[in-house]
Design a protein. Sequence first.
Length: 253
Amino acid sequence: MVERALSFGTVAEAYERFRFGYPVELLELVTEYAGTPIGTALEIGAGTGKATRLFAQGGIAVTATEPDAAMLGELRKDLPANVTPVVSAFEDLPLDTSYDLVYSAAALHWTNPEGRWERMSALVRPGGVFASFGVPVQLADPALAEAARAARAPYLGDDGVPSPDGTPADRPMQWPGTELQQTEWFTDVRQAVIERQLTLSATDYIGQLSTVSAYVMLEPADRDEVFRRILEVLPETVEVDAEVTVHLARRNA
């Protein structure tokens, strides 16, 4: 998992180009849940700044932390004035400052589970908010999704990241909500989904896949062959489900 977590720097430019940003509805959802103005935020695993810019546009002072310098380098190319970038893994962050909001965009599953929530609780001020969200992009047409799966099968089975705590996909509450419900430091755990479907070219869809860790970890020749095979079974444009799954929790006062 550590190797996969640190693999994104090799595709930092593609990550910025092809990964989807986050809709304003996400900022509105987190702000409404908070109930009071959010002045400061800490981002865990900021990547190239896909979520960073959304929260910064809400007037929040964001400390954007990311262990991969190449990813953070992309963020710095378009750096809002109210964002402070910091090269650091979650596990190395000092615990002497707490924030109104601590959030992680498609990165929490890469953090060390040992002591995760105790450390998180030290970073969120009492009464403050923790948020985790991600965009599991899938081809909307089941037949196309199956064709793409079959095309990659000789080289790659599952291209997703399994649930960190093994929660089955059909359960009403998914990870990390399942863990947050069990921890003593957080309460009022909620799960929400922001529906979103997007149209993009088949080549841009392949570009998006090129930033997914399962593909990044393949040998270059195998990766190229997988992408060639998938592209071969896709029409020129595809519809993708790009819903945003959000988990929210409040730090006990």
